[in-house]
Design a protein around this ligand. Sequence first.
Ligand SMILES: NC(=O)c1ccc[n+]([C@@H]2O[C@H](COP(=O)([O-])OP(=O)(O)OC[C@H]3O[C@@H](n4cnc5c(N)ncnc54)[C@H](O)[C@@H]3O)[C@@H](O)[C@H]2O)c1
Length: 389
Amino acid sequence: MSRSKVLHSKPVPLFFDTPNQTEDAEIQTAKDGPLLAVIGCGYWGAKHIRVSCDIRDARVSMAADPRPDRLEYIHSQYPTVAVTRDVDAILNNPSIDGVIVATPVVTHFELARAVLQAGKHALVEKPLAMTSAQCRELNAIAEQRKRVLMVGHTFEYHPAVCFMRQMIQSGSLGELYYIDSRRLNLGLYRQDANVLWDLAPHDLSIIFSLLEERAQSIGAWGCAHVLPDVEDVVYAKMGFKSGVAAHVHVSWLDPVKVRQITIVGSNAMLVFDDVQPSEKVRVYQKRFRPRIDGDSYADFQSAYHHGDVHIPAISNSEPLKLEVLDFVNAIMTGKRPLADGLRGLRVVAALEAASACLRRNHKHRSNDKHQPTFRRGNVSVGGPEIAAA
Ligand SMILES: NC(=O)c1ccc[n+]([C@@H]2O[C@H](COP(=O)([O-])OP(=O)(O)OC[C@H]3O[C@@H](n4cnc5c(N)ncnc54)[C@H](O)[C@@H]3O)[C@@H](O)[C@H]2O)c1
């Protein structure tokens, strides 16, 4: 890891459009930890800068965005971060160790590849890229150059998701039946992606990390109600070898904000409600076990078990901060991060398979506009990389 030359300890001029201008700025050497830069200073990039500035072992030295208003905002909030419209000012700066890419999805691949080829570690927002071929290329470059490649699967770091993973692994829920994930809201419509690519990476990354298993099949159905060809409501279903089924419902066109995951097992059931400010997880000791030989009404009734509801104490650490900490640790120690490039590939492969189903479904609907039919695609979403992840 290179040691820094460009930690700005005092407010610096607003725009640095060339590396030389950056060099001229008043600078201070960082004693510990990597120097970071952020490309893309919109809604989520600003959050990355906030949490990174909060991490003791890291220093954010630069941020890039073509929009002057975003750079002005970042400069006003974080005067020690040098801002620039020129991404090359970051790529050509030898002091910067790691770069966070928080730009629109269509730009992820080109920017991530440039970051890795510049010899820097990369944390790329979700989804990692637009195709699994692009993800494979990024993984190969990172492997070859021995750089960290991480994807912004923030929910993999959520303490509630870690708790759910432990519940499943310990067998407390019994035999797993199904997982149901709903992420609904009114908006925000995006220009660069449909609701599947915008919201479902969260659900898919959570489900894969809970099951630690590759999906064998995926089916998807969706509708573009408002913008032509931009699906704003999508339902997807995945089948796993273990027999578990997973359903994902994502929507930009729903009156109520819902962020809910239900896990149903033979012993107990669990609900993670991320809209709640606290007590986000509830474990229900509920089950249904009909007796094979009993056919009376009493037998049927006694098959239902309604036990206690447990609300576990779960840390309220900010998932994004834990994610950036993992990136910093990976840079410092060489340890593979949790949400590595292979996990990014796993999610993009599933999105691709679901998109193929949506396209087939769309073709079908244009033949008969009023009778949309659920089309199930038996698409394997596993390559060797996915199986290994
Ligand atoms: N992990 C999460 O929970 C989460 C949440 C929201 C968004 N995201 C992801 O973060 C990324 C950004 O989303 P957002 O909501 O912040 O979008 P946004 O539109 O608010 O911000 C994107 C910013 O990138 C800038 N930009 C565009 N092209 C660029 C380029 N080539 N170089 C430098 N900057 C460029 C834009 O000017 C804009 O300021 C997306 O990939 C999105 O999927 C992740």
